[in-house]
Design a protein around this ligand. Structure first.
Ligand code: ASP
Length: 335
């Protein structure tokens, strides 16, 4: 089992279930459910940072290697486990992707209860962001001036140079400090988990609250088959976290699986798709060295059991559980 860095418990859970004989897809979905329900992970599910209107909108997709079936939901609101709804789209409809109101109605038809996913902490961070967007509108930050002044200058949210921190974990710090952290580095975050059983059957799932403070209705890469995830039971599996738009423009998870089909090692395939993204990136997204200033990661497993995690820039870790246990390993970076 392989997952993004926030997926240690997810890979462990998936491994336990799959080695006990459960279907790989059931295992990886149950794994990511642990993160969807964790209010401290502010990039996924309950507790995720909302869109610019203060509404949590979630994206998720899953794919089942043995049948090559896929299911996904995008912009779904008020449902704590969007990955479970994606799995129902896969098994219980003749479709692949349901969005917005239709996705919610489908979830309700299957007995999911609606609940408010915006935690008080996420609401306060969103509010502070809103109050710091402009000093010529009517939203005022509390007096005395918080230390966030000058940090939430609006620019940081639009400057792609800041768009590379992955994930946002709430350590319970003072809310002003948390808001400051968010405003300094616009967080992205998601969990992806891919798994393979001892017979070589693969499956994968990706789930997210997407880009914090996004335009309502924005759909990222996570629920798009071929971008946020893809698997082929003959080859392996790949999934992603990071700047969704870059992944959508290059269909990287599909491309990476195809590169592994042509004989590439998982790390090589992952670095090659990152290179394509880098070569296709708009100049406004590049740093002074001409490199993408944003973060993007891929997690790959190949049918022979080889695996890798790769990242566009900097250091980072991904999660693994296999017969040697549960651990973090280092991402290989392009820049
Ligand atoms: N890929 C996600 C999205 O673009 C966000 C992330 O993983 O950081 O919605």
């Amino acid at each position: 089992m392989i997952a993004s860095g926030n997926g240690l418990e997810a890979t462990k859970k998936a491994y336990e279930m799959i080695t006990a004989g459960e279907d790989v897809l059931d295992g990886v979905v149950a794994g990511v459910n642990l993160v969807e329900e964790d209010p401290k992970d502010m990039s996924v599910g309950y507790g995720g940072l909302p869109n610019e209107r203060g509404v949590v909108q979630l994206d998720s997709a899953c794919m089942h290697g043995p049948t090559h079936q896929a299911g996904a939901v995008a912009c779904i609101e008020n449902i704590k486990y969007p990955s479970q709804v994606a799995k129902l789209v896969l098994w219980r409809t003749d479709h692949v992707l349901l969005v917005g109101r239709g996705a919610l109605e489908f979830a309700r038809a299957h007995g999911f209860e609606e609940e408010d996913l915006l935690t008080d902490r996420a609401r306060q961070v969103w509010l502070r962001w809103k109050e710091n967007l402009s000093d010529t509108d009517d939203w005022l930050a509390p007096e005395p001036e918080p230390q966030t002044q000058g940090v939430g200058d609006g620019q940081s949210w639009m400057n792609p140079g800041r768009y590379y921190d992955h994930g946002l974990y709430d350590h319970g710090e003072d809310i002003e400090l948390l808001a400051q952290r968010v405003m300094r580095h616009r967080p992205t975050g998601t969990i992806h988990c891919s798994g393979m059983d001892s017979s070589g059957n693969v499956s994968c799932v990706t789930t997210t609250s997407g880009l914090a403070m996004k335009i309502p209705g924005r759909v990222g890469d996570s629920p798009i088959i071929g971008a946020g995830l893809y698997c082929d039971n003959e080859i392996g599996s790949c999934g992603s976290t990071g700047r969704g738009e870059a992944n959508l423009q290059n269909q990287c998870s599909f491309a990476a699986v195809e590169l592994m089909r042509s004989g590439m090692e998982p790390a090589e395939a992952g670095l090659e798709v990152l290179r394509r993204v880098a070569n296709h990136s708009h100049p406004r997204l590049l740093n002074d060295e001409g490199e993408p200033a944003f973060g993007l990661q891929f997690y790959l497993i190949r049918k022979d059991g080889k695996h890798a995690g790769v990242t566009m820039r900097g250091k980072g870790k991904f999660a693994i559980t296999d017969k040697d246990g549960t651990r973090h390993e280092e991402l290989v970076s392009l820049f």
